[in-house]
Design a protein around this ligand. Sequence first.
Ligand code: SF4
Length: 369
Amino acid sequence: MQKICIKRFFECLIPVTVCNLKCSYCYVIQRDYRNMKLCELKYSPEYIGKCLTQKRLGGPCFFSICGAGETLAQPEVVDIAHELLKNGHIVNITTNGTLTNRFKEFENFLPEELERLHFSFSFHYLELKRLNLIETFFENVKFIKKIGSSMLVQLNLCDDYLPYLDEIKKICKENIGAYPQIAATRKESYGLKKVQLYTDMSEEEYVSKGREFESELFEYTMQNFNVKRKEFCYAGERSGTLDLDTGALRKCYGDTKPQMIFENPTEPIKFEAIGKYCRSSFCFNSSHFMSLGVIDNGDCRTYCGLRDRPEAGWFNETVKYALSRKLSETNGPYSIINKCKINIKQFYIKSTYKIWCYLNKIKKIILER
Ligand code: SF4
């Protein structure tokens, strides 16, 4: 077991939109972004590895890689993960669990690298059933356990699955020793102040269906759903969102001034918190960012605690150790003066951006006349 205390968390996007499944609730399909294209990455995996060393990032970090389609459809993902693992980081890959040949490529990694690798398997039950891929899915999950990596299985709760909930519980118990964790599914809509759940049920009914799975992940997500965060948030200091194609590093979603950290691998990265002025209507990915500790709010629930099924041993000891802690352990709090300075700066940035958007709207209306 490796005892790693992670310094920072990076939510990484690979803009691949290819996917062999077609789930009704997929946010890419809902938004009509799916053009089934692989991404022509601007930088090689080796170069990306050079840009993301522990020295440059301040210590071992946690990278979570997700595509806008099936993450593992992009061939370079395996090599990118390998470069990050060689650098001593912990890596999560979110996958639909069906591309068997791609999983086999991980077999060549060193045991100490595999120990720091985690997979989040999304269980798209109806699509797997339609394409006769259920067995393949569970074989791949078991393969990942066999090579020493860590894993979780999660189900996006939506109305399509309601007639199958008992079937899903049974098949998961039989194959992976526990129920899947539950992810709340969002309706992708624009212009609404409150985000809606992807369901025709009331929120109470939806919650009660989700609770059948005794999922900590679901409880946590629902508790933070549509809750606007007003506390001081250390996103930007303790975490970031990173585009693995361009190297654009944002403090969090909606940050309009990214740093292009792949342009010069020797240039220091500026880490600075976003503070009180979070741009999002609520913390969309709270089960990642907040559970890892971007906000010091005394909530002791952890990334691992929300996802592991200890009775089934989904997480290995190395990943469990690293993801059962908060980022405040490796990043002390800012002084009050520093917090005030950041809040003033972020307020100014947010206000000028709002004014800019407003003026652009007026300009558009005038030009359309
Ligand atoms: S509260 Fe969540 S969405 Fe807002 S800045 Fe922090 S991490 Fe990002």
